[in-house]
Design a protein around this ligand. Structure first.
Ligand code: PBG
Length: 327
């Protein structure tokens, strides 16, 4: 063929690094990330979670170094999870004034006042049975759990938390927590709702890290069925109507369709939770030399931004910020 027919030349916009960077639609920045930290009771605890290389349970006395590193890397927020051994039926450790998250929050606010502390508001790390609320007749009692959840949120706010992130999937949690925060004078503390949280196998390593595996049954009566899409939109709509300020979709990697649906549905920030199992898979493959970890992580997180996440909760936050500095 001497003369080719006319066609579109998309490669024009890919000819050089400068051209590609000019037309790049999505970016990763340190302020996109919320870094999860597992705070443990005890002293001198720095225990690496076996299924999550690079992630540690840290005691309060070792928190300062970690917080200083996070700040140095440009990360603007952390989300806290508690690890305690003295658990009970109702998860009293979650709303104790001297609870581990309350103490950690006070400490972080002293070390780095500008760093935003997101408090994960749930009972599963503090209940002896490992469920996210109070058990009545072998299931989690919605309304009784809400009362304890509200207490937990207020106690976290009192200790200085900047954002309350309820994750227990009880119906009405945004309404009840909003009212409790307002009554306690915390009108300006936003709620980052785990609006769309699936009953996922991807949480396995987290439950090792937080020691929160349910001692019987599973979480399917409160977390969502991975087969469902419309249900995600119902959950998201409800939480928006109840006054949520951010919506979390969790997990993220296998749920990018849901991220996009939620992004199209509303006008508040959407947060992807790049969960423990997603982290563990990438780390395991990288350790075997089967993938290029840096490229894989950057591509994965970028796909979350592209799908519609304004923010990403990720265990990779520190690694990514280091890589961003290198480039
Ligand atoms: C608490 C909670 C969980 C995660 C975050 N908050 C565990 C669960 O619901 O079982 C999982 C996070 C992760 O896997 O990284 N309810």
């Amino acid at each position: 063929m001497d003369k080719l027919p006319d066609f579109k030349r998309h490669r024009r916009l890919r000819v050089s690094a400068a051209m590609r960077s000019m037309v790049r639609e999505n970016h990763l920045r340190p302020e996109d990330f919320i870094y999860p930290i597992f705070v443990s009771e005890g002293k001198n605890v720095k225990y690496e979670v076996p299924s999550m290389p690079g992630v540690y349970q840290l005691s309060l006395d070792l928190l300062q170094e970690e917080i200083e590193e996070v700040v140095r890397l440009g990360i603007k927020s952390v989300i806290l999870f508690g690890v305690i051994s003295d658990k009970d039926e109702i998860g009293s450790g979650a709303f104790a004034d001297k609870g581990i998250i309350q103490e950690a929050t006070r400490l972080i606010k002293k070390i780095a006042p500008a760093l935003l502390v997101v408090a994960d508001t749930c009972l599963c790390e503090y209940t002896s049975h490992g469920h996210c609320g109070v058990i009545h007749q072998h299931d989690v009692d919605n309304d009784e759990s809400l009362k304890l959840l509200a207490k937990t949120a207020v106690s976290q706010a009192r200790s200085g938390a900047d954002i309350i992130a309820p994750s227990n999937m009880m119906d009405g949690f945004v309404t009840v927590i909003r009212q409790a925060l307002d009554e306690a004078g915390f009108q300006n503390i936003p709620i980052m709702s785990y609006a769309v949280k699936y009953a996922s196998a991807f949480y396995g390593p987290f439950r090792d890290a937080a020691d929160s595996t349910p001692q019987f049954g599973d979480r399917k009566s409160y977390q969502m069925d991975p087969a469902n899409r419309e249900e995600a939109l119902r959950e998201a709509e409800t939480d928006i109507a109840e006054g949520a300020d951010f919506l979390i979709v969790k997990p993220t990697m296998s749920y990018l369709d849901i991220v996009r649906d939620v992004r199209n549905l509303c006008h508040i920030p959407v947060v992807g939770y790049n969960v423990s199992g997603e982290y563990a898979m990438v780390k395991a493959a990288a350790r075997n030399g089967w993938i290029d970890e840096k490229k894989m992580v950057m591509e994965t997180l970028l796909s979350m931004k592209r799908a519609g996440c304004e923010l990403i909760i990720t265990y990779f936050a520190k690694d990514v910020c280091k890589w961003l500095k290198e480039d």
